[in-house]
Every structure is written in structure tokens, then in C-alpha cells.
Write a protein that binds this ligand. Structure first.
Ligand SMILES: *[C@@H]1O[C@H](CO)[C@@H](O)[C@H](O)[C@H]1NC(C)=O
Ligand SMILES: *[C@@H]1O[C@H](CO)[C@@H](O)[C@H](O)[C@H]1NC(C)=O
Ligand SMILES: *[C@@H]1O[C@H](CO)[C@@H](O)[C@H](O)[C@H]1NC(C)=O
Ligand SMILES: *[C@@H]1O[C@H](CO)[C@@H](O)[C@H](O)[C@H]1NC(C)=O
Ligand SMILES: *[C@@H]1O[C@H](CO)[C@@H](O)[C@H](O)[C@H]1NC(C)=O
Ligand SMILES: *[C@@H]1O[C@H](CO)[C@@H](O)[C@H](O)[C@H]1NC(C)=O
Length: 441
């Protein structure tokens, strides 16, 4: 995988200072329509309807053209041309345009001498000049912690960041409340990258700022929520286990004392170092040794996932640009396990966390017993008097889940080359099961 080679730039400038605006939309004071009021309203209404219809169609088209052959094409056996053969007619035109764009992009690179091309990047702060105050410590940051945070969780985030900094992680913080300055008093604040965008979710940030090419120097990528207690968690030990167990995607187990547990597979088993499946023969989820997928095996939840470089490259592509709550995506993460998801995805028990379920997001009505919005899908809509933001968020999340499932289904139908690795495993397992249970004649 050529594109993953860590090309560390030795250039001395290029301090990364990313800060987004505060997201405020200025009022449209300049616009005034003088006409008979009722007619005016009708016109505006019609225009609005037309605009919405056009937007819907646009989104639809965009969604259909979501397969992006950027760097992914290089790493897979799927070339743009053999993929296109199988696309339905109405997508052909879209692909023609996409192909053209890619050819144009390549043309741009081909005009450079090969040795100067650097496809990858990192998130390290660099000194403005060699002997400037910010010293290039020469530390080898091999792992990245990305956290979506708000100022209300400052105390806990401080604990988490300190722990990861002492393990030589690179830190990038996504501020969903746009409050970046509120962290300046913390000593480590100037050593980390801050990105502020109001009311945005963790998957929104991840899609935009953790492109695989941008984080390609890091071996492991943590994408965590802010309300996790790390008292019994050591990043270094955790990674040693993850490596030794050959896990591509993992999460630390949740202390059973956690106030929020959504899925039983995440609960810590005190007697183990790591577990990969749930055994549960009661209830609606019938999980046994022959189960091959979620919720029994092969997945982790969205609040504290850890990815290898390769798994993240895949997961990033799975995140839909427009579906910001990410519902349903965790169930498909197993497809990013770089092989058998029942082996390469796991929950690490010996390094575990407490899910505090502190809802600073969604405003004061946040109450886990009233609306069960998974915090990994949280957004930050502040209570606007009557509107309960959390139930609005939940409604939106469910709607996104439906869209995501439909897209997956359509993608599977359209890609005739695609073989479901889960299905392969199912066949193999049931075959083995039958074999071992066949009675000798
Ligand atoms: C690509 O797939 C074909 C069969 O579909 C296979 O014969 C070939 O070895 C594959 N190439 C690579 C590089 O994986
Ligand atoms: C962090 O990096 C420093 C400097 O390279 C090194 O001395 C230290 O041992 C590292 N700490 C850990 C926990 O890896
Ligand atoms: C914990 O792991 C042990 C050993 O594999 C197993 O026997 C036990 O049932 C597990 N406990 C739970 C609660 O899953
Ligand atoms: C659960 O699955 C096992 C085998 O996969 C089966 O024997 C058992 O009857 C199932 N239990 C329920 C409640 O469906
Ligand atoms: C949460 O809801 C429960 C019952 O619905 C109520 O008793 C409790 O006071 C609520 N807590 C907060 C912080 O609103
Ligand atoms: C976004 O968040 C800010 C504060 O963080 C809040 O004042 C504002 O009402 C929110 N806007 C929306 C549309 O949720």
C-alpha cells in the first residue's frame, strides 16, 4: 500500500492553524420584496418548494455518485473502468464526468517531477523557524487521538488528553460548541490542533478533517467521545494488546458500572483480556459460537472506536458526507476489518473505560431515560424553548439510518463484482457446523 508510506516532511514552515468560522449566518436584510402581501407570500412559497425539489434531486444524484475513486482505487482491485461496466444507465453520465475529473487531476500531478510529489500529510505542529519558541521536539508521534468536545466537559477532557499526551499521541480536538479559546489556560492546549465548528457531529468532523491521506503517518487512530472515564485505561498497554491480538478495529470494554450501555457486547468481562463475541441465547438477539455478525460479533460501538491505518482508510470511505449522525454505519464497520471480522474486531477487557453518559449536548433537557440517543451520534442543538432538541436529533438519526440502509442495499445490488465476505463466512461456518454434527453411519 504505497499511499500509506509515511513521508515525513522536513520542511520548516507550515504551521497548521485550522479554525473554522463561528458558523453564524448573517441575516438577509438586504432582500426586500414589495408587492401585494398575499401574492408575495405565495410566490415565496412556490419558489421555496421549487428550490427544495431541486435540492432533493441534487442530493439524490450526489448520493448515487458517491463512489469516489480517489486513492481507494489504487488500493483495491476495482478499477474505475471495470466498475463502470456494471453501473446502471442513469449513472453512466455521472461516471463519465467523475472519470474525466480524475484524469484531469492525474494530469495535474503528472506535470510535476515524480520525486516532488507528496500525497500524504500529518497533523503535527511545526515551528515557524528552526530556533523558534515552539520546539520541534523530534518526538515520533505514531498514534492519533481525535476527540469531539465541548467546554462543559473540560475537566474530563483534560484528564483524557493528559493521559494520551503522556503516551506521545498526537491530539486533534473538534469543538462542537465553537469555543476554542476556553481551553487556552490549559498548558497542553497550544500543543494540539483545534478545529471549531458549531453544532457539528463527530462524523461530520471526521469526514472533513481526518481524510486517510491527512492522517497517513499514524499507526492507530482513536475517535472518541468526551464523556469517557479513563481511570483504568492506559493507551500504551491498550495498543500493545491490540497489536498482539491482531485487531484492526477495537474499543475498550465498558465498565458494567457505566451509566450508559447500549450493547451487551461492549460490557467488560473481568476474566478476559479481550473478547470478540457475545454469547446470549436468551431474548431476541440469539448469539452463539456460530453467529457471524452484529450484534453478536464483528463490530464495536461508535463512542470509542480505535482503528488501524488500513481500517480507517476503509471506514472513512464508509462515512457518508451528508449523514452526520452516522447511524447504521457501526454495523457495517466489520467490512473494514481487513479480513475476517470475527477475528479482527474486538473489545479489549483489561483496559476499560467508564461511559459517563454526561449529556452536555442537546441542552438541559438531556435525560438518558427520556430519549436514548447514542452519544456517539450526538449533535449539539441547543434547546430552543419548546423544541426538544434531543428528540429532534433522534428523529433525524432514525431518518438517516433509513437512508444509509437504502444506500447500502442499492450499492450491493449495483456492484455485481462485490462478494459479501460475511456471506462467505456464513457458508463456511454452517458447512463446518454440519460436518462436525454429522453422525457416523
Ligand atoms: C484482481 O481480481 C482478479 C479476479 O477478479 C484476480 O485474478 C487478480 O489476481 C486480482 N488482482 C489483484 C492485484 O488482487
Ligand atoms: C515519548 O517520547 C519521548 C521522546 O521521544 C520518549 O523519551 C518517551 O519515552 C516516550 N514515551 C512513551 C510513553 O512512549
Ligand atoms: C467471561 O469470559 C469467561 C471465559 O471465557 C466466560 O466463561 C464467561 O461466561 C464470560 N462472562 C460473561 C459475562 O460473558
Ligand atoms: C438460538 O440459536 C441456537 C443455534 O444457533 C438454537 O439451537 C436455539 O434454539 C436458538 N434459540 C432461540 C431462542 O431462538
Ligand atoms: C430524567 O427523567 C426522569 C424520569 O423521566 C426524571 O425523574 C429525572 O428527574 C430526569 N432528570 C433530569 C436531570 O431531568
Ligand atoms: C448552535 O449552537 C449554538 C451554541 O452552541 C446555539 O446558540 C445555536 O442555537 C445552535 N444552532 C442550532 C441551529 O442548533
Amino acid at each position: 500500500m504505497k499511499s500509506f508510506k509515511s513521508w515525513r516532511s522536513k520542511s520548516s514552515c507550515g504551521n497548521i492553524l485550522w479554525e473554522c468560522g463561528d458558523g453564524k449566518v448573517s441575516g438577509s436584510k438586504g432582500l426586500r420584496i414589495k408587492t401585494i402581501p398575499s401574492l408575495g407570500i405565495l410566490t415565496v412559497l412556490m419558489l421555496f418548494l421549487i428550490a427544495m425539489t431541486m435540492k432533493e434531486q441534487y442530493e439524490q444524484t450526489r448520493a448515487e455518485g458517491r463512489w469516489q475513486p480517489f486513492d481507494s482505487a489504487k488500493n483495491s482491485n476495482l478499477t474505475a473502468s471495470n466498475h463502470r461496466k456494471y453501473l446502471s444507465k442513469n449513472l453512466q453520465e455521472e461516471w463519465r464526468i467523475t472519470d474525466q475529473l480524475n484524469t484531469d487531476n492525474k494530469k495535474g500531478i503528472e506535470s510535476l517531477p515524480r520525486g516532488i510529489v507528496q500525497e500524504t500529510s500529518d497533523l503535527e505542529l511545526k515551528p515557524l523557524w528552526r530556533n523558534s519558541r515552539i520546539k520541534d521536539t523530534g518526538k515520533q508521534h505514531r498514534n492519533l487521538m481525535a476527540m469531539t468536545i465541548g467546554i462543559k466537559q473540560k475537566a474530563n477532557v483534560n484528564l483524557i488528553v493528559q493521559k494520551f499526551l503522556s503516551a506521545n499521541f498526537s491530539i486533534i480536538l473538534f469543538h462542537y460548541d465553537g469555543n476554542v479559546d476556553g481551553w487556552n489556560d490549559l498548558e497542553w492546549s497550544r500543543k494540539t490542533v483545534h478545529i471549531g465548528a458549531q453544532n457539528q457531529t463527530k462524523w461530520w468532523f471526521a469526514k472533513r478533517f481526518l481524510h486517510p491521506a491527512v492522517v497517513s503517518v499514524y499507526d492507530y487512530i482513536f475517535i472518541w467521545d468526551e464523556d469517557l472515564g479513563v481511570e483504568n485505561f492506559h493507551p500504551g498497554r491498550y495498543l500493545r494488546i491490540m497489536k498482539a491480538e491482531g485487531l484492526e478495529i477495537s474499543q475498550p470494554a465498558l465498565d458494567p458500572k457505566s451509566s450508559e450501555i447500549h450493547h451487551r457486547i461492549t460490557i467488560r468481562n473481568k476474566t478476559r483480556r479481550v473478547h470478540r463475541r457475545l454469547y446470549n441465547l436468551r431474548g431476541s438477539t440469539n448469539c452463539s459460537a456460530t453467529s457471524i455478525g452484529p450484534p453478536c460479533t464483528g463490530w464495536v460501538e461508535g463512542m470509542a472506536p480505535v482503528f488501524t491505518r488500513a481500517a480507517w482508510q476503509c471506514a472513512w470511505h464508509l462515512i457518508q458526507n451528508d449523514l452526520i449522525h452516522g447511524w447504521g454505519m457501526d454495523m457495517k464497520l466489520g467490512y473494514c476489518a481487513q479480513g475476517d471480522h470475527t477475528k479482527n474486531v474486538g473489545v479489549i477487557d483489561s483496559e476499560y473505560i467508564v461511559h459517563q453518559g454526561l449529556q452536555s449536548l442537546g441542552g438541559p433537557s438531556a435525560n438518558k431515560s427520556s430519549v436514548a440517543v447514542s452519544p456517539s451520534q450526538r449533535s449539539v442543538t441547543k434547546a430552543a424553548s419548546e423544541v426538544d432538541p434531543r428528540s429532534e436529533i433522534r428523529r433525524q438519526s432514525v431518518a438517516e439510518l433509513t437512508i444509509f440502509r437504502r444506500r447500502w442495499q442499492r450499492a450491493v445490488e449495483e456492484d455485481k463484482n462485490w462478494v459479501d465476505p460475511f456471506e462467505d463466512l456464513r457458508k463456511k461456518k454452517s458447512h463446518l457446523y454440519k460436518k462436525s454434527h454429522r453422525r457416523p453411519k
